[in-house]
Design a protein around this ligand. Structure first.
Ligand code: G3I
Length: 329
């Protein structure tokens, strides 16, 4: 009951200029991952998404497992809700994620080579076709590389071979010629075996004329801080002639989140922002959620939490002000 009352309340205004405006002045779209259920049930959450951010990414609602858990039975209400709200708020949408080994429906895992090829193309066409003109950017291929720098085992690699990546981009370009097409990777923010392999992959795709427009760096980090080669890494990718973006930034904290830990978290968020601002080709910076009440770290990483800009009551943490300051300078 108390929770129901809270969910109907207006958001407390956050101090200072909204992030989307601060970003606009620096030429960067500031975005957040959103959850359809929170957007539907929690008025303050909904208001803050609309007020603070220039772009949104559905956190789970466009993944294949969410939209077609049973073959041929489509569930797109949640994705539609997020896209509709974004249009009302004048926001860009980043579609996430078309070809991804995780959150795949069970039936996809059971397909043979030819069927998987056909089903993957149909999925790309269906999603990009439905949201043509409303989803400006798509993560076409998500997390295709291991930490060791190999192509990641998945039904796509195992059954279709390494060519599945180029094929997905070609299918995507045909499905919506105007959308920006991204590859999105986790743990490749610094120069390391994973980002070296990603770099070689993107260079090769570009050299072969495969239609890839951008590389997303997720940036799930913790209080250990950023890789010192973060900016250098963004720059080497930009030099390949692609956009770069920070797509899923959060800074996990071991529970409990003491004031000292939250003070340490703030400059790490600021450094993420400054790194993107330092690179001309970095035009989008998305946080993977903006409140600790709706963050995958709190929900799925035992012993960890407090990874976002606002606390569970939607109050600003030191990180929020640090991000504002970093955007201002
Ligand atoms: O939908 C069920 C719900 O019915 C049930 O009540 C609830 C109970 O725990 O679980 C719900 O499913 C959860 C789902 O998120 C939707 O909220 C899953 O348990 C949970 O594992 C799933 O986690 C998501 C995770 O991807 C799955 O791999 C996170 O929310 C999401 O933030 C995370 O996002 C990924 C990006 O897509 C790719 N990069 C890494 C990033 C973080 O892992």
């Amino acid at each position: 009951m108390a929770d129901a009352r809270r969910q109907g309340r207006d958001a407390e205004p956050l101090p200072g200029t909204v992030l989307r405006e601060l970003g606009r002045e620096r030429g960067v779209f500031i975005g957040t991952a959103v959850r359809a259920a929170a957007q539907r049930d929690n008025k303050a959450y909904r208001q803050l998404v609309a007020a603070q951010f220039a772009s949104v990414t559905p956190e789970n609602e466009m993944k294949w497992g969410a939209v077609e858990a049973k073959r041929g039975e489509l569930r797109l209400e949640d994705a539609d809700r997020i896209v509709g709200a974004a249009q009302d708020a004048g926001q860009a949408v980043r579609g996430h994620a078309l070809v991804f080994h995780s959150q795949l429906p069970g039936w996809v895992e059971g397909l043979g080579r030819a069927e998987l090829r056909t089903a993957t193309r149909a999925h790309i066409r269906r999603m990009m076709g439905r949201y043509r003109g409303r989803v400006a950017i798509w993560d076409v291929v998500n997390e295709p590389i291991t930490d060791g720098g190999e192509l990641r085992r998945s039904p796509f690699l195992d059954k279709l071979g390494p060519g599945y990546i180029a094929q997905a981009f070609r299918d995507a370009r045909r499905a919506d010629p105007k959308a920006k097409l991204y590859i999105n990777e986790i743990g490749g923010e610094g120069i390391n075996p994973k980002s070296d392999r990603l770099y070689a992959l993107v260079r090769d795709l570009k050299a072969r004329g495969v239609p890839i427009d951008g590389v997303g760096f997720q940036m799930h980090v913790n209080l250990a801080g950023l890789q010192p080669t973060y900016v250098e890494n963004l720059r080497r990718f930009a030099a390949l002639g692609v956009e770069v973006a920070i797509t899923e930034a959060d800074v996990g904290v071991r529970l409990p989140p003491t004031p000292a830990k939250l003070r340490k978290q703030a400059p790490i968020f600021a450094a993420i922002v400054r790194g993107c601002l330092a690179v001309q080709a970095c035009k989008h910076l998305t946080f993977w959620g903006f409140t600790d009440g709706h963050s995958w770290i709190s929900t799925t990483q035992p012993g960890w939490g407090a990874a976002t800009l606002l606390d569970e009551q939607l109050r600003p943490k030191p990180a929020f002000r640090a991000v504002q300051r970093a955007l201002r300078r």
